[in-house]
Design a protein around this ligand. Structure first.
Ligand SMILES: *[C@@H]1O[C@H](CO)[C@@H](O)[C@H](O)[C@H]1NC(C)=O
Ligand SMILES: *[C@@H]1O[C@H](CO)[C@@H](O)[C@H](O)[C@H]1NC(C)=O
Length: 601
């Protein structure tokens, strides 16, 4: 008996702890439960922001303003007033107890007592679903904490005819004082609310900006390249926990800007010279500076992500590409458990900063952090200069993959002239038919059929036949044909190969017939990632036309390397649309000024 109770004593203690935590949660009388993944509320806000937009007629806008006795500057076009814009009327923290990632009970730390009774019906509470303490997702049980804020639309303020309101106008390290100012200290930052009159807000409308959204990002090297977002880097919100957290806020003008170039950013143009593509493969970045894996050659102190960024920045400056393609595993999921958004935003920052259009496909690690493939895709598709798209068949269960899309390059001097076609495909993760085909998954027959269909019904008729047209495909996991060292057409001979073949190719064991489809679509080159230490281009002759099968070569210090020491590398493609020639070369982290393995494909 005694022996048994000893054996079970750990279990009993665990049960007691679990029950106490549940009771503790109940005692707090949770005002709201943030639910099991925490991110839901954030998406409600995004939807409120982006989708559920009411369209106002000019009469309605002028009528609403008149009912509030607001005369707008007659020079300002009322139609540019976006009454769906949000103002932040309160902020606070939710203190929670969690058991694994299954139960979480929260109570609201109501720091603020702003006079908002009149807004009860109108305001929406938004929780930023990211645990500032870094316990959720890491510990079996413990305390987690979330930032929340209340938002109201400009329209609802006009509807209830409110004169004055406290709204969030700044975030500072030192406390601000003033007549019409209320400051709240949350951890180490002051959130300053200023009393403004609606009249003032609208009458100054050409200059008026409002803070309309808040977010928390983690790690000293975090970045926020999104339109209108400002990352407060002077001081962390809090630095006592797993990673320092930083506050980011979206500040937007209440009048819509006249020029909106976002649409043209979604198209690729050829201007002059040659069209250059940089492939960034397997960056393996995480929240914070991240740990170096298999650094080669070794240095005294290695910080993985800063070292990778240094390399990327140098190569982008040398090559000045027209397009950057991230071919998967840019995010190391298990090092992004606290917040995959922080990782994704910093990954794309160097490219957005340089205003370079970029495409992205997912690998097998990207969605192993706080965001699913679908959530990552929603984020990626909205970022500046992003070409990321969902296909009509992409679903949340990932059966078709997420992010299967096609982009064409148009001639800037004649936009009906289509010069190049690029296919981007999701190659999934691990085989779901492990007993028959162990190892990695593959691009499904349905996905190949989809791009073939788009080509035959849509693309084909616009591709000129009287001049060269270059087509390429990008995905993460190699095709089975990447193993074809031996020629099919000329038994006993070897296919042409340039670059390193250092590790076993982790192509799927099943062949879904992709190369045949790609050949039918006129694709001459495919480029993938996944095998960090293979960086070759192989001229496969299985199909009627040869297809060059290339690896990007691992670029990230946070991913494995090894195999006798492998320095990180980045591949460039250069396409000459006048004669259809494609050239490629690579650069090494330690000597980015020198290119190597230059070849014509
Ligand atoms: C203002 O811009 C947003 C985003 O670009 C758009 O959705 C909205 O319809 C615009 N509103 C007006 C009134 O033009
Ligand atoms: C782009 O269009 C211009 C004008 O029609 C033409 O002169 C030029 O050759 C085209 N560029 C390419 C790469 O075909």
């Amino acid at each position: 008996m005694l022996a048994i109770s000893k054996r079970y004593s750990r279990l009993i203690i665990y049960c007691v702890v679990v029950v106490s935590i549940i009771l503790l949660g109940v005692r707090y009388q949770p005002l709201s439960s943030i639910g099991f993944l925490g991110t839901e509320d954030q998406y409600v806000a995004d939807e409120l922001n982006d989708n559920v937009e009411i369209v106002w007629s000019k009469e309605e806008i002028v009528g609403l303003l008149a009912a509030n006795r607001i005369d707008m500057d007659s020079k300002i076009d009322a139609m540019k007033l976006d009454l769906n814009k949000l103002l932040i009327t309160n902020v606070g923290l939710k203190d929670c107890s969690h058991i694994a990632t299954k139960f979480e009970h929260c109570y609201v730390k109501a720091h603020s007592k702003l006079p908002i009774d009149a807004l009860k019906e109108q305001k929406l509470e938004v929780t930023v679903g990211k645990d500032i303490k870094g316990s959720f997702g890491f510990n079996w049980y413990g305390h987690s904490e979330y930032l929340f804020y209340d938002v109201v639309t400009l329209d609802s303020l006009l509807q209830i005819k409110i004169d004055k309101i406290y709204v969030l106008t700044s975030i500072t390290e030192a406390k601000e004082t003033g007549d019409k100012l209320v400051s709240y200290l949350l951890h180490d930052l002051n959130f300053n609310f200023e009393e403004i009159s609606l009249k003032h807000l609208f009458q100054q409308s050409s200059e008026s900006h409002v803070i309309s959204d808040l977010n928390v990002l983690f790690g000293r090297d975090c970045k926020d390249p999104r339109d209108g977002w400002n990352l407060y880097k002077e001081k962390p919100l809090s630095q006592d926990f797993r990673y320092p957290s930083y506050l980011s806020y979206k500040k937007i003008p209440i009048l819509n800007q006249t020029e909106d170039n976002l649409e043209s950013n979604k198209k690729l143009y050829f201007t002059k010279g040659a069209f250059k593509i940089i492939q960034l493969a397997d960056l393996h970045m995480g929240v914070g500076e991240n740990e170096c894996v298999d650094e080669y050659p070794t240095t005294e102190s290695c910080h993985a992500d800063p070292k990778t960024f240094d390399f990327i920045n140098k190569v982008l400056d040398i090559e000045e590409p027209d397009l950057v393609v991230f071919t998967g595993d840019q995010i190391m999921g298990d090092r992004s458990v606290q917040d995959s958004e922080s990782t994704l935003l910093k990954v794309v920052e160097p490219v957005i900063k340089r205003k370079i259009p970029w495409a992205m496909v997912w690998g097998n690690h990207d969605d192993e952090g706080s965001l699913s493939r679908w959530e990552l895709s929603e984020l990626a598709s909205t970022l500046p200069y992003s070409l990321f798209q969902f296909s009509p068949f992409d679903t949340k269960d990932n059966s078709f993959g997420v992010g299967n899309y096609i982009h064409q390059v148009y001639n800037k001097s004649d936009p009906t002239d289509v010069l190049m076609t690029f296919y981007f495909l999701d190659s999934h993760k691990y085989s779901k038919a492990g007993k028959i085909y162990p190892g990695y998954d593959w691009i499904k027959e349905d996905q190949w059929a989809y791009i073939k269909n788009v080509y035959e019904n849509d693309l084909y008729k616009n591709i000129p036949t009287d001049k060269p047209h270059v087509s390429m495909a990008f995905f993460h996991i190699p095709l089975p044909e990447y193993l074809n060292i031996a020629s099919k057409k000329h038994p006993g001979e070897r296919n042409q190969i340039v670059g390193n073949f250092k590790e076993g190719v982790t192509a799927p064991k099943y062949n879904s017939g992709g190369l045949e489809v790609l050949n039918q679509l006129g694709v001459e080159v495919t480029s993938c990632g996944h095998d960090h230490c293979n960086d070759y281009c192989l001229k496969d002759d299985t199909e009627s036309n040869p297809v060059w099968l290339c690896f990007g070569g691992g670029a990230g210090e946070g991913g494995y390397a090894g195999y006798g020491g492998t320095e990180r590398r980045i591949r460039t493609y250069e396409i000459n649309p006048y004669n259809g020639n494609i050239y490629t070369w690579k650069r090494l982290n330690g000597s980015p000024d020198k290119s190597f393995d230059y070849q014509q494909l």
